[in-house]
Design a protein. Structure first.
Length: 147
């Protein structure tokens, strides 16, 4: 595993840990015995997201497209139920609760990712009819869109 993918896996696990922690606090029937259980659930969910989620999304792609992406929430609920089955000290009583928990985890993930992700900067170049090029200054290692 490369350093970049290891860092992104750990970052995703941290984001999932925060999401699962908030989901256990907000959604009453979802229970975890300890903080170590929450950490284990976050790692299991991160592994399931890497290994199983792409296959589920691929096979459910027409449904995901038809539901304008809301099918991903159903897949996340299934993965949360699976994590509850794998980790014995983590309880998710049913699919409806798992769906609510997946919604909470997704909202938390979006909020945390807004703060943790760097803002991409894009360099845009355009040419007017006179042939001169106007540029916006950015760093050299960034992508450029020519118009």
């Amino acid at each position: 595993m490369s350093q970049l993918s290891r860092n992104s896996f750990l970052r995703d696990s941290l984001v999932l840990f925060i999401g699962v922690l908030i989901a256990t606090a907000v959604v009453g029937p979802i229970k975890a015995e300890s903080t170590l259980t929450l950490l284990l659930v976050a790692l299991v969910l991160a592994l399931l997201n890497v290994l199983l989620k792409p296959l589920l999304v691929f096979f459910a792609l027409p449904f995901v497209i038809f539901t304008f992406g809301l099918g991903i929430l159903l897949i996340n609920a299934l993965l949360l139920l699976l994590a509850g089955a794998v980790v014995p000290t983590f309880t998710v009583p049913g699919f409806g609760i798992a769906l609510l928990g997946a919604l909470v985890i997704s909202i938390c993930s979006v909020i945390v990712n807004i703060f943790l992700s760097p803002r991409p900067q894009v360099q845009v170049r355009w040419t007017n009819s006179g042939g001169s090029v106007k540029r916006r200054r950015t760093r050299k290692d960034e992508d450029v869109i020519d118009v």
